[in-house]
Write a protein that binds this ligand. Sequence first.
Ligand code: HEM
Length: 233
Amino acid sequence: MATRSRWQAFTRAWICGSSTEPPRISACGDATNLSVLTKVKVPSWCATIAVITLCLLPLAQLAFQLAFEDLGPDPAKLLMQSTGEWGLRGLAIVLLAAPLAQRGWRGLFRYRRVLGLSLFFYVSLHFLLFAQVYVDWSGALLVEELKERPYVLVGFSAWLALLPLTLTSTDRSRRALGRRWRQLHRLIYPATVLAWLHLFWLARSDLGEALVYGLAFAALLLWRFRRAQLRPR
Ligand code: HEM
């Protein structure tokens, strides 16, 4: 028993600073066990910075690999694949936010704007790499690629569909657009389908990844569709 209360006091001191000091965090007041940890309030700006930092980790890893020439025999290909992959993962995470929120976990939902902007950031990086490596910043060559390669056309269309969502992601745009904001943001659905088609076209013989994303996206879009149908008009 003595050991238990010493342990509790230690936990309290660790969280609150000192067991004799008045608690610096209000959640520590009456708590005598570890459940206080779940009640500690993290300021929202701290959490936002943590989420932004997490979103920038893949970029930091790529920059690190680039700086130390650790991108393998074909750096451009690896950069294209990695930025494209993070775009797809971002789409899946953003689409997952609403179903998770409905089941009581609002963590992702609270940060969906940061997550959406990060996803667009990685897809735009992917596009900029394409502009540099494949078409050398030539508009004419880009048009030619769009005409000749259907997977480039669908990838580009997905990026175009995501563009207005990014441009109207501010609170001001949301207020200005009113109901139309929600309608406009449904562009995430065609963008997801186009992004998946892009992956499917590129998959060639290895269809495993395309299949996994296809099933995940289908389930998430179906959930959204059913929810929209159940919503009272
Ligand atoms: C939402 C938009 C997009 C997503 C999610 C996306 C995703 C991806 C992914 C995951 C890959 C790697 C596929 C693999 O090799 O297994 C890839 C490759 C590629 N993407 Fe995209 N992409 C998008 C937009 C674009 C755009 C706008 C362009 C160019 C206009 C583009 C051009 C390419 C090219 C050329 C490759 C082949 C890279 C290579 O293997 O050398 N993508 N994309």
